[in-house]
Design a protein around this ligand. Structure first.
Ligand code: KIV
Ligand code: NA
Length: 269
């Protein structure tokens, strides 16, 4: 069992791997491959729930998906990604929402899209026993204000990201996601922190990398240019489903061996 302490200790030593998952079978594959952390990202909005942003994703959706992922994960650290407005409205409500992810869904940690408003909250959550992963740079829940533009491109913005990274480390975050920032800024933040940085579109010098699993598998209609497709699962699915439809329509399925099954199915389940 990997713990958040193991992840922290990996900073500057071994590369840390994180991928998203939103359901049990995908989590089992991600965990089985030796990935250090499974993120139940609010990217499920686009990747699993058919929304066109992360904004509509609810606490209940993340909680249910996190529970499914946790049931299928034996080794990796399971991180529940707190959706839009689930934290920051009031401290009590923020803590209640984050707490549910550990108490009800069996997550090991939560991730918050971070900013000046999450420094105190991070400290409070950590004091209460809820490990926190911070997230700076492009934070897609801010899409209505920032769009999906690269962040930290001016001297002032870069300095703000560096300052907020230090503040969240100080507040007790065990790691920090850096999304869509210049590689040299990510390298600078990584050098300035003791906790590991996990980059997405942040260059090669972070302590770890994260991608959305749909992009890795080739299941996305659109993937960001900083992602890499490592497989073509969509084609495999299309072929299998097409073959099934054809087999039923042509009468080759079900065949004899499917049609007279007398076995007791108890031991299957
Ligand atoms: O929701 C998500 O998948 C994320 C990662 C891209 C870091 O926040
Ligand atoms: Na997210």
């Amino acid at each position: 069992m990997t713990t958040v302490r193991d992840i922290r200790a990996k900073a500057g030593t071994e590369a840390i791997t994180m991928l998203t998952a939103y359901d049990a079978p995908t989590a089992a594959v991600v965990d089985g491959a030796g990935t250090d952390l499974v993120l139940v990202g609010d990217s499920m909005g686009n990747a699993a729930l058919g929304y066109d942003s992360t904004l509509p994703v609810t606490v209940e959706e993340v909680e249910s998906r996190t529970a499914a992922v946790a049931r299928a994960t034996s080794d990796a650290v399971v991180v529940a990604d707190m959706p839009f407005l689930s934290v920051g409205v009031s401290e009590a409500q923020s803590i209640e929402h984050c707490g549910r992810m550990l108490k009800e869904a069996n997550a090991d940690a939560v991730k918050l899209e971070s900013g000046p408003h999450t420094v105190e909250l991070t400290e409070k959550l950590v004091q209460l026993g809820i490990p926190v992963m911070a997230h700076l740079g492009l934070t897609p829940q801010q899409v209505k204000s920032t769009g999906y533009q690269r962040q930290g491109t001016t001297k002032e913005d870069a300095q703000e990201i560096l300052d907020l990274a230090r503040a969240h480390e100080e507040a007790g975050a065990f790691s920090l996601v850096l999304e869509h920032v210049p590689a040299n800024l990510a390298a600078q933040v990584t050098a300035a922190l003791d906790i590991p940085t996990i980059g997405i579109g942040a260059g090669p010098d972070c302590d770890g990398q994260v991608l959305v699993v749909n992009d890795v598998l080739g299941l996305s209609d659109r993937a960001p240019p900083f992602a890499e497709q490592f497989g073509d699962v969509k084609s495999v699915m299309e072929e299998a489903v097409g073959d099934y439809v054809e087999a039923v329509e042509s009468g080759t399925f079900p065949a004899d061996e499917h049609s007279h099954v007398e076995d007791d199915l108890d031991e299957l389940y």
